[in-house]
Design a protein around this ligand. Structure first.
Ligand code: NCD
Length: 321
């Protein structure tokens, strides 16, 4: 792997490899000392030009658990404010001897652009505009596979019915999920008001649900999406109340789900809009488990990108510092 810009960079085998390596790192999280020396001496910078709680902390936790040094760039207090360009900012940071740049930006394509500018650093897309958020989709797949194994069900994805509900139009999570789930063999259905579907679904390996209630009954996995208000979703729905009535996972709709159906949400949830508060707290809603798994999945991605001096052997040892 040179960079991780899109789920498509990984392909089916790459996704399988990330999930397999993440299994090993999930085990590290359960140890008394949650740290391995795998990336000691490597430096990883998080460059977030857009708000984030879990993705930034998750990448930084992942890097620290691998014993890498972490630099956290904050756009709001940087020289960008003095007029420095994005390119000069990136080149400045890389010049300090950084091995990987984890990039989030509100504009689609920025991580790809950064990947063209860097000399030798690896670039990880942590969410670019409406385009993609590959590690989110990977941690969703990891969580679904893990929960289904615990349920005693077939953890493979072939034939799995995945229903993605909400603001698909503005969602980078949805775009990465569609790629990841379909590469793994799942069948993806979208459910959204027509205004919140992408203008064209040509080339998308998906179906569109005609009726949300019917699709919920059939689903093995329901992935809820937040209305991306910062990307103008408010103009695409008559009102939040009508959106919730038509497309929210209300308590009435949650009662249609099979008991084993898994409900995912990338966060941040807006309780009372795309998901009712009490539904978010049901055991089948695995939102905090997704967060926990996100660290292991990002450890796997960083490990696969940056390698380890001692190869996979480093995984077995605890760090001394
Ligand atoms: C998502 C994002 O920022 O794309 N959140 C996340 O990274 N977990 C989804 C969202 O903001 O709705």
């Amino acid at each position: 792997m040179t960079h991780l810009l899109s789920v498509a960079d990984l392909g089916r085998d790459g996704i399988d490899e990330v999930l397999r390596v993440a299994d090993a790192f999930a085990e590290v999280a359960r140890r008394p000392v949650r740290k391995v020396p795998t990336l000691r001496g490597k430096a990883i910078a998080t460059l977030f030009f857009e708000e984030s709680t879990r993705t930034r902390l998750s990448f930084e936790t992942a890097a620290k658990r691998l014993s890498a040094d972490v630099l956290s760039f904050a756009a709001a207090s940087s020289s960008l404010k003095k007029g420095e360009s994005l390119r000069d900012t990136v080149e400045t940071i890389e010049a300090m001897g950084i091995d990987a740049l984890v990039v989030r930006h509100s504009a689609a394509g920025v991580p790809q652009q950064v990947a063209r500018w860097v000399r030798s650093s690896k670039v990880v897309n942590a969410g670019d505009g409406w385009h993609e958020h590959p590690t989110q989709a990977l941690l969703d797949c990891f969580t679904v596979r893990q929960v289904r194994a615990e349920q005693g069900r077939d953890p493979r994805f072939e034939g799995l019915q995945v229903l993605v509900v909400g603001d698909v139009r503005h969602s980078r999570v949805a775009r990465s999920q569609v790629l990841a789930y379909s590469l793994l063999g799942a069948e993806v259905t979208l459910a959204a008001p027509a205004s919140l579907l992408p203008p064209s679904l040509e080339g998308w390996p998906v179906r569109v649900a005609e009726d949300l209630d019917g699709a919920l009954v059939e689903a093995d996995v329901v992935s809820l999406l937040r209305l991306q208000a910062e990307r103008g979703s408010g103009a695409f729905v008559p009102s939040l109340r009508e959106y919730t009535a038509g497309w929210g996972l209300t308590s009435r709709r949650a009662a249609l789900l099979a008991p084993t159906t898994i409900v995912t949400h990338p966060g941040p949830m807006v309780r009372g809009v795309e998901i009712a508060g009490d539904v978010a707290d049901l055991p089948q809603a695995v939102v905090t488990r997704q967060v926990t798994n996100g660290v292991a999945v990002r450890m796997a991605v960083l490990f696969l990108l940056l390698g380890a001096p001692g190869g996979a052997e480093g995984l077995g040892k605890e760090a001394d510092g």
